[in-house]
Write a new protein. Sequence first.
Length: 141
Amino acid sequence: MSDAYNPRIVGFLCNWCAYTGADLAGVSRARVSSSLHAIRVMCSGRIDPLYVIMAYLKGADGVMGMGCHPGDCHYLKGNYNARRRFVMLESIFKTLGLDGKRIGLWWVSASEGKRFAQVTNEFTELMKTKGPNPFREEMFI
């Protein structure tokens, strides 16, 4: 795949940790892929599986969820709910014959700007090797 290919990645970021980590990455001038289109959610536990599926079916090359580390959730159990939902989503993708590697969940705290950049860049590189989402051409004109 060409280096010119820039995948479309939708990221659902926890307000308290991952979104703040993204801010720290920016303030620290860490190199972060421009592929990520961030959507702030109050908690990773509020990432509706339907939104992940719809983002993929509408042509996103990859969908990321990011939240607080287990045990550090501001809403106590939100990140555990997120983990269960992403395991369920991976199972749904597999059952439907979709590429489950195009979705993922990561733990990034507010103080981990460098980790945010690393996770985002690694996922972007993975999406570059996979190429465009097969639904992209069908859904986008």
